[in-house]
Design a protein around this ligand. Structure first.
Ligand code: SAM
Length: 265
C-alpha cells in the first residue's frame, strides 16, 4: 500500500487516516509493543491508575445517568484503555456499575476491539458498548452526560482537534474530567536526538518488516512530530473551556508522551 502522505490536503486527510488504521488494525498490538519496547503498557496502567475510575463520585443533583461512572473512551480502537478502566473499577474499587462506551471512527479498529472483548468479563454486558463515531461531532452523545472522557494516542490523528476538544466539553457533566494521553515533546535535547533517530529510522523499518506496511508507520511518526507541544495543547484544552489544575499535564518518559487533564467547571 502507498498512502502518499506528503502534502495531503486537509480534506483528504480523514480518508487517509482511515486507510492507515484499517491497515494496521490486526497488527496493532504487536507493533505497539515493538515500537515502544513495551513501555506503552506501563503508560496505560499509570494513566488508568491516576484516573481511579469507579471511585466514589460526588453526588450530583438530578443526575439520571445511573450509578458508577459513565465513561466515553474516544478513539478507543482495540479496547486497550476501556478494559483497563473496567478492570480497575471492578478490582480496585469493587464497582460493578461503571460502564465504558468505546467510540472510534474506524470500523476495523472497533471490530478488533469487539473480538478482544470476548476474552473479558464485560463481553455482552451493560458495562461495555461500541459505537462508530467521529470525535469532532457526536450528536448521539447528549450534553452533560459523561463523567470521564478519555482519548489515548488518538487526538493526534484528528483533522480538527479543537472541534474534538469542544465536543468533549459539551458531553462532559460539570465536574467531569477530560483526560488525554498522547505523544509529546521530549524535554532534553540529548534524549531527543536518540529518540528522533529511533522513531524516524527504526519505526518505519519495523512497520515494513513486521506489518508489511512502511508508509502507515511513517505517517504515525510524522504525526507525532506535528502534534502541538505540552503548553500549546494545554492552551487548546483551556480554549475549549476546561480548567487545567496544576501545570495541566504530566510528562512520561522524559516527554515522549504526556497526560493532559481538564475539568469542566
Ligand atoms: N486508544 C487506543 C490505544 O491506545 O491503543 C487506540 C489508539 S489508535 C493509535 C488511534 C485511533 O484513533 C484509531 O483507532 C483511529 O481509528 C481513531 N481515530 C482517528 N480519527 C478519529 C476521529 N476523528 N474520531 C474518532 N476516532 C478516530
Amino acid at each position: 500500500t502507498h498512502f502518499g502522505f506528503t502534502n495531503v490536503p486537509e480534506s483528504q486527510k480523514e480518508s487517509l487516516v482511515g486507510a492507515v488504521f484499517s491497515s494496521v488494525a490486526s497488527s496493532y498490538d504487536t507493533m505497539n509493543d515493538l515500537m515502544s519496547l513495551g513501555i506503552h503498557r506501563l503508560w496505560k496502567d499509570h494513566f488508568v491508575r491516576t484516573l481511579n475510575p469507579g471511585s466514589l463520585l460526588p453526588r450530583r443533583e438530578n443526575d439520571t445517568t445511573g450509578k458508577g461512572w459513565n465513561i466515553l473512551d474516544i478513539a478507543g480502537g482495540t479496547g486497550d484503555i476501556a478494559f483497563r478502566m473496567l478492570d480497575h473499577a471492578t478490582n480496585i474499587n469493587n464497582d460493578y456499575e461503571t460502564r465504558v462506551t468505546i467510540a472510534d471512527i474506524n470500523a476495523d479498529m472497533l471490530a478488533e476491539g469487539k473480538k478482544r472483548s470476548v476474552q473479558t468479563p464485560y463481553y455482552n454486558t451493560q458495562r461495555l458498548s461500541f459505537t462508530e463515531a467521529n470525535a469532532e461531532s457526536m450528536p448521539s452523545v447528549p450534553d452533560n452526560s459523561v463523567d470521564l472522557y478519555t482519548v489515548v494516542f488518538g487526538i493526534r490523528n484528528f483533522t480538527d482537534k479543537q472541534a474534538a476538544l469542544n465536543e468533549a466539553f459539551r458531553v462532559l457533566k460539570p465536574g467531569g474530567v477530560f483526560a488525554c494521553m498522547e505523544f509529546s515533546k521530549v524535554d532534553s535535547s540529548l534524549f531527543n536526538a536518540v529518540y528522533k533517530r529511533w522513531s524516524f529510522s527504526a519505526i518505519p523499518l519495523i512497520g515494513q518488516i513486521v506489518a508489511g506496511d512502511r508508509d502507515s508507520y511513517q505517517y504515525l511518526v510524522e504525526s507525532i512530530e506535528k502534534f502541538p507541544s505540552q503548553e500549546e495543547f494545554r492552551a487548546m484544552i483551556q480554549k475549549a473551556g476546561f480548567l487545567t489544575p496544576g501545570t495541566g499535564y504530566e510528562n512520561l518518559t522524559g516527554g515522549i508522551a504526556a497526560i493532559h487533564k481538564g475539568v469542566k467547571p
